[in-house]
Design a protein around this ligand. Structure first.
Ligand code: NAP
Length: 273
């Protein structure tokens, strides 16, 4: 197929026989972005900061905590990085689709080439007492969130083998199962299964899909847990830092990890291997 630029010299010659001009070739620079869900706080914030150091612009997704998300953006900008806020509820399909569509309309030449599905919540209870709401909210945030957003963004990673990286933040709870967390363990185990299945589907299009399974990490999510008691169970004797999860995510999006897909990497201080 002929490009517009191929026609340009002839058109000019037809209009003005004696003028010789070089054809104008318009070049669009495609900018690649990184989207981190739940990037306002905790592990997501650490991932945003670590990945911003790679030089790509970061889209910080969050649900409602605008103040925290703005702080994450400020921290990235202070270090010379670029970031935009992209709030939406990952568990709500129409929110996901309209936020991404709006972003794409405003960035017609760019695409999101790295997706970190990190947003997640805990609503612990013994199963015989667990409400329908707690069951569904946890599963919907982790699993529907992964499904709605990843499906939408694959649309731009798959064509012409453009490629992409998808990192899913799972949990030790999804591998081992944790009492009091049947909803959370079910959601994270399903996310691990989906990671392995999707990795095989999209590998021929140069998209890798991996999961990271943290143990106990110091964030708002774990601040109500009995840390002194729990850390005695951890071979390394302490909770992990969000930055220790972010480092693995940075490795998985790097060129060095280009032959790794369908894997689950534990970051748990030796608690479960
Ligand atoms: P956190 O400090 O509680 O932060 C949760 C993040 O998820 C916040 O940015 C929150 O946004 C966002 N979020 C929650 N629901 C959302 C929704 N429906 N749509 C969009 N964003 C939503 O949690 P964390 O400890 O950093 O955990 C991050 C991920 O790691 C989760 O998937 C969690 O399951 C997993 N993980 C954590 C641990 C741990 O020990 N901390 C261990 C294993 C796995 P707002 O700020 O707007 O509320």
């Amino acid at each position: 197929m002929r490009r517009a630029a191929d026609w340009a010299p002839r058109l000019i010659i037809k209009q003005c026989r004696f003028t010789v001009r070089q054809p104008t070739v318009r070049r669009f620079v495609v900018m690649k972005y990184i989207l981190v869900t739940g990037g306002s706080r905790g592990i997501g914030r650490a991932i945003c900061l670590r990945l911003a150091s790679l030089g790509m612009p970061i889209l910080i997704n969050y649900n409602s905590n605008h103040k925290a998300a703005n702080e994450t953006r400020g921290l990235i900008e202070e270090r010379g990085g670029k970031a935009e806020l992209l709030p939406f509820d990952v568990s709500n399909e129409s929110d996901v689709v309209s936020a991404i569509q709006k972003w794409e309309d405003e960035h017609p030449n760019d695409y999101i080439s790295i997706l970190v599905n990190n947003a997640g919540i805990r609503r612990d209870d013994m199963m015989f007492m667990m409400s329908d709401e707690d069951w569904h909210q946890v599963i919907n945030t982790t699993l529907d969130g992964f499904f709605f957003l990843t499906r939408r963004l694959l649309k731009h990673m798959l064509p012409r083998n453009r490629g992409g990286r998808i990192i899913n933040i799972a949990s030790l709870s999804g591998l081992k199962g944790m009492p009091g967390q049947t909803n959370y363990s079910a959601a994270k185990a399903a996310l691990i299964g989906a990671t392995k299945a999707l990795a095989q589907e999209v590998a021929p299009r140069n998209v890798t899909v991996n999961a990271v399974a943290p143990g106990f990490i110091e964030t708002d999510m774990t601040k109500d847990l009995p840390e002194e008691e729990l850390k005695r169970l951890i071979p390394l004797g302490r909770f992990g830092k969000p930055e220790e999860v972010a480092g693995i995510v940075a490795f998985l999006v790097s060129h060095e990890a280009s032959y790794i897909t369908g894997e689950v990497i534990n970051v748990n201080g030796g608690l479960y291997t």
